[in-house]
Design a protein around this ligand. Structure first.
Ligand code: DX5
Ligand code: ZN
Length: 220
């Protein structure tokens, strides 16, 4: 079966205090830390790269769930391996030709491969990557346009999650964008088990309560 993984998005944290922000989230009950890597090209925003992951790793043993919103994910495999990243989720929109080599390289470097899709991308596009002999181990269904935190959840993306869950009963299915107390039940009942949440967790008076509420919803 699938287990809940609650992953606060560190994009909503105070980047100047990343180590203490990470520790705070783990103390609040986070399972994973979601790290949004952007290149200013695949998305119109620029965040962090491998050097920051490497720095954070020196302060935390947590599972670092890296979401690569970049045009050339293959260039990030070696640096993120050196940084001791845990998950490496690339976008299907940029991996049309080389996804087999990409998955192979990610695995050979000891990281866990995942594939993400933007709201406008049909779910069928990820099937070959999950059905492959050398498959991705997670599918990330974006529930906002990638690039920025604090956007509104797109409930119509739940059809993708339902279809995926039906087809792959034990796959890790992650949702990212606009998740929080008012949207978690839609995502959980559709079948998502890995939940990314930025603004709803960091903006809450009691982040621990939001994290535990979301875990409960996935378990129900
Ligand atoms: C958006 C990022 C998300 C973002 C989510 O491009 O992939 O991880 O931080 O933030 P919220 O939860 O605020 O929508
Ligand atoms: Zn993300």
């Amino acid at each position: 079966g699938v287990t809940p993984k609650i992953a606060p998005s560190m994009l909503s944290s105070d980047f100047a205090n990343l180590a203490s922000e990470a520790k705070r989230m783990l103390d609040f009950g986070a399972d994973w830390l979601h790290m949004d890597i952007m290149d200013g090209h695949f998305v119109p925003n620029l965040t962090i790269g491998a050097p920051v992951i490497e720095s954070l790793r020196k302060h935390s043993e947590a599972y670092l769930d890296c979401h690569l919103m970049v045009t050339n994910p293959i260039d990030y495999v070696e640096p993120l391996c050196k940084a001791d990243a845990s998950g490496f989720t690339f976008h299907v929109e940029v991996s049309k030709e080389n996804w087999q080599e990409l998955i192979q390289r990610i695995k050979s470097k000891g990281m866990r491969p995942g594939v993400a899709l933007k709201p406008g991308t049909p779910i069928e596009e990820v099937y070959p990557l999950v059905d492959s002999e050398n498959p991705v181990e997670m599918v990330l269904v974006m529930t906002v346009e990638p690039g920025f935190g604090g956007q509104k959840f797109m409930p119509e993306m739940m059809d993708k999650v339902r279809i995926l869950r039906k087809k792959y009963p034990s796959l890790d299915i992650e949702v990212d964008g606009g998740l929080g107390p008012s949207t978690i039940d839609m995502a959980a009942s559709a079948g998502a088990n890995c939940i990314v949440a930025g603004s709803s967790v960091f903006g809450a008076p009691e982040p621990a309560a939001v994290i535990s509420l979301m875990r409960k919803s996935v378990l129900e």
